[in-house]
Design a protein around this ligand. Structure first.
Ligand code: A2P
Ligand code: MG
Ligand code: MG
Ligand code: MG
Length: 323
């Protein structure tokens, strides 16, 4: 009887797991927040009121889902981690925060993981969180719903080390019995969960690239890879998932439109599973807080033969797409 309150106190402290390393707590919070953002993305679509705004022409759109999911992610994480730098794609608005968009949960699965040794002592000031509340906005507005992802990437000292991806419409073509949506997370040095590496066909070369942001450089670089098949689909997160799950051998994007929030989470998960993401010259991407946002050197993501793709990149394209 006498010991019960102390025991209860102890179990509450364990549930909060305040002793877990910052990186694990941040990823655990990001998993819960990305799931919440995914529900917001579906709710806005179901409402039929997309609230589309052109940020930079008809191929650079923002919807109510981008705005509300960004609010959910940035507000939820900054309240829990006030000293961590968080950079989101969308400009903050001066509207009152909708408290129903906030999420305070921590994924137990993540908290149970063992943090890689080299990331155990990470401090708030070492971290930048890169947030793409809705990747594949153009496709979202056109109903290519499985191209959409929510991306939360964690960079430590300028390197992408952890990522969370929610795909709100995963399985949406699989019929009413299927579970809609999935969340994947990974930490470099630990592995990735919620997604499995599958090997692509060995007898052909499948390359994936942009559907809505193509240009001469993109076309020339894709042709140079002599693909048997080209998957033109939306979203940086979605295309990296195609590479991870063996639907494509390489993601080739030889133009500057992709930003740090498009690549940070996918790069970390791909890397955690043994793949590689660089610019089209083979340089590692940088993610420190003062870096310019566009990936001006383009994007190349593969599992194997990375150097082969780099070697086939035309000199004229390399000269036009500088880091
Ligand atoms: N020219 C561009 N202008 C704005 N965003 C771009 C551009 N090119 C790529 N992106 C971003 O990179 C993602 C991957 O590109 P793509 O789908 O064309 O392959 C896009 O979904 C978009 O992210 P977002 O939808 O979050 O704005
Ligand atoms: Mg955008
Ligand atoms: Mg994006
Ligand atoms: Mg976006």
């Amino acid at each position: 009887m006498f010991n019960l309150p102390r025991l209860l106190l102890h179990s509450v402290a364990m549930a909060g797991n305040t002793g877990a390393p910052l990186l694990l707590r941040l990823v655990a919070a990001s998993v819960s927040v990305a799931e919440k953002a995914g529900t917001i993305v579906r709710d806005v679509f179901n409402s039929g009121e997309l609230g589309v705004v052109e940020k930079g022409g008809k191929n650079d759109l923002q919807t109510q889902a981008d705005r509300s999911a960004q609010e959910c992610i940035v507000q939820s994480l900054s309240r829990q981690f006030p000293k961590v730098t968080i950079i989101g794609e969308e400009e903050p608005t001066d509207e009152v925060v909708d408290e129903s968009h906030l999420e305070t949960g921590l994924s137990e699965e993540v908290l149970k993981a063992v943090c890689p040794q080299d990331l155990q002592a990470v401090k708030d000031e070492d971290v930048v969180v890169w947030v793409d509340p809705l990747d594949g906005t153009k496709e979202y507005t056109e109903g290519f719903l499985d191209h959409v992802t929510v991306l939360i990437g964690v960079a430590v000292n300028g390197k992408a080390v952890a990522g969370v991806i929610n795909q709100p419409y995963y399985n949406y073509k699989a019929g009413p019995g299927a579970t809609l949506g999935r969340t994947m997370w990974g930490i470099v040095g630990l592995g990735a969960f919620g997604v499995e590496r599958l090997v692509p066909p060995a007898d052909k070369r499948i390359v994936t690239t942009t559907r809505s942001h193509s240009n001469k450089l993109v076309t020339e670089s894709i042709e140079a890879m002599q693909p048997d098949e080209v998957l033109r689909v939306g979203g940086a997160g979605h295309k990296v998932l195609l590479v991870i799950e063996g639907k494509a051998h390489a993601y080739v994007f030889a133009t500057p439109g992709c930003k740090k929030w498009d690549t940070c989470a996918p790069e970390a998960i791909l890397h955690a599973l043994g793949g590689k993401l660089t610019d089209i010259h083979g340089n590692a991407l940088q993610y420190h807080r003062d870096v310019k946002h566009p990936n001006t050197g383009g994007v190349l993501a593969t599992y194997s033969d990375h150097d082969w793709y780099l070697g086939r990149m035309p000199e004229s394209v390399k000269a036009a797409v500088k880091p």
